[in-house]
Structure formats: structure tokens, C-alpha cells
Design a protein around this ligand. Structure first.
Ligand code: NDP
Length: 455
């Protein structure tokens, strides 16, 4: 029986590869963990495929095809100069152009971008769509910055990055700290420099200028659809269930919306300043107003909700009891202690809307307790899948309706669930979505790399 995300020593076939990764990427702990997880799970697969070993597939898959690090100088509203660091890791293009978001946050490092890029390769493969994997961003903190400052930063960032992009080469999207406003400034600068209205070069665009219906909702909705499938396999559903969602950004708000549409009661959500508890169920329209229009802190939601909601400053949302947990904020936010408590209080399912929000130890507990666990690689793949749908619409100069696009998203999430479920069964680990997702994604990428020769 294979185990996943447990601190096991690696099989000899893959241990050497892991040592090389650590040596080449010293101190990059997030990246090491992401690689370790995949190597641990695919070790028996590699043993069945001597052709992978001969072609040094593992070594090649762990080494990005290209990594770009660049200076981003910009001026604030007072004319003061700032210098940030920009990144783009073009990880793997065996299945299509590099595809993956840009993140603007003060804690962005090469390790974070590489871990996200590595995950993205397998996630994108799981969607079954023709997209490779990449990721990028900058150690820029957009919080408290004016629109003018955000625009100047985005323009400076794109002035360097544009030379590496193209609709057939590398197609970024948004991620934490990069939404429609930032993508607008980035796309505007790309268009100005290249003198091309190349819609397919970025996804997550506004509807009026080449974007797709459902893209803003896709990651959150997709996460809920994935969990709905896991629940269906256990003859249950969201209906009447108590749910907690962390974060109150793009992914979180839309996960709350869809979970409530399916009959759940979402009783808490958060941001980095604390969490709100609202026993009647979060008022998602008010939350959107506070977070997306006013760009205020989550405490403003509780103030506007009056006595029905409480704000807990500095509190952790995972102290709130729930049957379904949807971590949608950031990496390593839900640890072993939280996992233990949640399990004791009746947790039945977890869907990772964020990338790697549960620590390795938390995941181990969920799996041991028989909690249905949807790893981010599969559960949050709806965002990138809908980005690929946006690329399809851009290529055919078409735009689809909300209903049609959402139906496509639902079909894709069901198919990703089925792939993970069936792959886990095939490898003797029924119900282990973590193993199913990693193995299915890996095999698709590995087979394509073999077919393309030694490049
Ligand atoms: P946003 O920037 O829109 O939202 C992030 C949210 O998480 C904010 O509410 C933020 O609060 C909160 N947050 C950040 N750190 C913490 C913390 N330590 N404790 C509590 N809350 C915190 O990002 P997205 O919603 O786009 O992305 C969230 C996650 O989902 C990321 O891991 C991202 O990689 C992943 N993801 C996103 C996709 C997308 O389509 N957007 C696609 C697939 C994955 P604050 O405002 O205070 O910082």
C-alpha cells in the first residue's frame, strides 16, 4: 500500500533524484516538499516503467525548462523609488504553452514560485487540456497601494516579462494579489509594447476585453464541484452541511457562493487579520461588496452585519467546527492540531481551494481518519481549466454564455474527479485522491515528454 505526504524515506530509484533537487535548490523548502510528495507517490509507477528511468524522466521533470528572475523598479505616489524582484518559472511545456498564474505578495520567493510551478504542471495535465505548466510573480505587496501605484508596478513588471510571453509560448493568469485590475494593467502594457491585440497571451481578462464568463468563479466553484463528487461517492452531499472556508479572496468567495447554492451553510471565513463567524451563513453579496468593491478588511463585514456576525481579530478560522473544510487562503494554513480538532468534531471532507494549504501532517491525519481529501492539484484545477477555455474562445474570436461555460467547468471537474478516483483504484489505493491526482498527472506529462525526445 502506498502512502502519501508521510515523512517516509524515498525508494532508492527516486531518492537520488530528490538529493539532486535539494542540492540544486538549497533552502527552498516549499519546492522540496512539493517534489518529495510527487516522487514518493510515483516511485512504484517509475519501477513499472524502465523507459522512464532510462530517459531520466524524473530528473528532467524536476528541473524547470527555464527560470527568469528580474528587477522591477517603480515609483510610489510620492515619487519615491522602490525595487522589487519578479519571477517567471517556465516549468514544463510537453503538453502545451506554459500556463500558470502570477502572484504578488511580500513572501514570494524562488522557492514559492517553483513549488507552485511544479504543482501546476501536474494539475494542468489532469485537466486533459493542451497546457504546460509555469508560475510567476513578485515580492510586491499590493495591500494599501493606490490604483496608480499598482498600475506603475504592473507596467514595469510587464516591460521585462513581455519578451518571454506569447499565446503559443507562455500564458500567465492571476493568482493571489493579481486580479482583473492587475491583469488589465499587465495586458495594456503588453499590447502597447508589442503593438498586438494578442488576447490569448493572458487569461482572467475582463469580459469586455477578451475574458471568459465564469473565469472569476471557476476555482472556487470547481473546488466545490470536486468535493460534491467526493461526497456523492459516499452517498451524501453539501445539502444541510456546515462548512468553513478560509480566506475571502477570489477563490474563497466563490467557493462560499457555490457551497451555499448547493444547500450548505458557510459559517466562517477569514483574511490575514482574523476571521468572522456568522452562524446564519455568510451573506456572500455583502462579502463581495466589502472585499471586492471597497477592498476593506474582513472586520468591515462583521460591522455591517451587526449582531449576527462576530469578528475575531488574529483568530484562526480552523478553530470553528464544521463538517466540510475548504481552505482557500494560502499555503500551510491548516496544521496537524487543527486537523485533529476538526476530525474530533465531525469533519467529513476537505477540498483544497488554495495550493497546499494543509500541512503534510494534517493530510496524514485526514487520510488515516477516512476524511475525503481533495488535494489542490485536483480540487482547484477548475481555474486553470477555465483559463484554457478562455484561450479557446480567444483563438476562435468567440465568447460563450455563462451557462455553457459553467457546464463545461462542471464536466471538467467531474472528469478530473473520475480520473483521480480510477487511477487510485488502479494502483491499489481506493479513495486516495492525493495518490490518484499525482500519478495520473505524472503519467500524462511523462508519456508526452518521452514522445518528444530528449529536449
Ligand atoms: P486572493 O489574493 O484573492 O485571496 C487570498 C485570501 O487569502 C485573502 O482573503 C487573504 O487575506 C487571505 N490570506 C492570505 N494569507 C492568509 C493567512 N495567513 N491567514 C488567513 N487568510 C489569509 O487570492 P486567490 O483567492 O486568488 O488565491 C488563494 C489561493 O488559491 C492561493 O493559494 C492560490 O495560489 C490558489 N489558487 C488560486 C487560483 C485562482 O484562480 N485565483 C487558481 C488555483 C489556485 P488578506 O487580503 O488579508 O491578505
Amino acid at each position: 500500500m502506498l502512502t502519501a505526504r508521510e515523512p517516509l524515506s524515498l525508494a532508492p530509484a527516486v531518492a537520488e533524484v530528490f538529493e539532486t533537487v535539494k542540492r540544486r535548490n538549497p533552502g527552498e523548502l516549499e519546492f522540496h516538499r512539493a517534489v518529495h510528495e510527487v516522487l514518493e507517490i510515483v516511485a512504484p509507477v517509475v519501477e513499472r516503467h524502465p523507459e522512464y528511468v532510462e530517459a531520466k524522466l524524473l530528473e528532467r521533470i524536476c528541473e524547470p525548462e527555464r527560470q527568469i528572475i528580474f528587477r522591477v523598479p517603480w515609483t510610489d505616489d510620492r515619487g519615491q523609488v522602490h525595487v522589487n524582484r519578479g519571477y517567471r518559472v517556465e516549468f514544463n511545456s510537453a503538453l502545451g504553452p506554459y500556463k500558470g498564474g502570477l502572484r504578488f505578495a511580500p513572501n514570494v520567493t524562488a522557492s514559492i514560485v517553483k513549488f507552485l510551478g511544479f504543482e501546476q504542471v501536474f494539475k494542468n495535465a489532469l485537466t486533459g487540456m493542451p497546457i504546460g505548466g509555469g508560475k510567476g510573480g513578485a515580492d510586491f505587496d499590493p495591500k494599501g497601494r493606490s490604483d496608480g501605484e499598482i498600475m506603475r508596478f504592473c507596467q514595469s513588471f510587464m516591460t521585462e516579462l513581455h519578451r518571454h510571453l506569447g499565446e503559443h509560448t507562455d500564458v500567465p493568469a492571476g493568482d493571489a494579489g493579481v486580479g482583473e485590475r492587475e491583469l488589465g494593467f499587465l495586458f495594456g502594457q503588453y499590447k502597447r509594447i508589442t503593438n498586438r491585440y494578442e488576447s490569448g497571451v493572458l487569461t482572467g481578462k475582463g469580459i469586455a476585453w477578451g475574458g471568459s464568463q465564469v473565469r472569476p468563479e471557476a476555482t472556487g466553484y470547481g473546488t466545490v464541484y470536486f468535493v460534491e463528487e467526493m461526497l456523492r461517492m459516499r452517498d451524501t452531499s453539501f445539502d444541510g452541511r456546515t462548512v468553513v472556508v478560509s480566506g475571502s479572496g477570489n477563490v474563497a468567495v466563490h467557493a462560499i457562493e457555490k457551497a451555499q447554492q448547493l444547500g450548505a451553510r458557510v459559517v466562517a471565513c477569514s483574511d490575514s487579520s482574523g476571521f468572522v463567524h456568522d452562524a446564519d451563513g455568510i451573506d456572500v453579496e455583502l462579502l463581495k461588496e466589502v472585499k471586492f468593491v471597497e477592498r476593506a478588511r474582513i472586520s468591515a463585514y462583521a460591522e455591517r452585519r451587526g449582531s449576527r456576525a462576530t469578528f475575531v481579530p488574529e483568530g484562526c478560522v480552523w478553530d470553528v467546527d464544521c463538517e466540510i473544510a475548504l481552505p482557500c487562503a494560502t499555503q500551510n494554513e491548516l496544521d496537524e492540531e487543527h486537523a485533529r480538532r476538526l476530525i474530533e468534531r465531525g469533519l467529513i471532507a476537505v477540498g483544497e481551494g488554495a495550493n497546499m494549504p494543509c500541512t503534510a501532517e494534517a493530510v496524514k491525519l485526514f487520510r488515516e481518519a477516512g476524511v475525503a481529501f481533495g488535494p489542490g492539484k485536483a480540487a482547484n484545477a477548475g481555474g486553470v481549466a477555465t483559463s484554457a477555455l478562455e484561450m479557446q474562445q480567444n483563438a476562435s474570436r468567440d465568447s460563450w454564455t455563462f451557462e455553457y461555460t459553467e457546464r463545461r467547468l462542471l464536466e471538467i471537474m467531474r472528469s478530473i474527479h473520475a480520473t483521480c478516483y480510477e487511477t487510485a483504484e488502479e494502483y491499489g489505493m481506493p479513495g486516495d485522491y492525493l495518490a490518484g491526482a499525482n500519478i495520473a498527472g505524472f503519467v500524462r506529462v511523462a508519456d508526452a515528454m518521452l514522445a518528444l525526445g530528449l529536449i
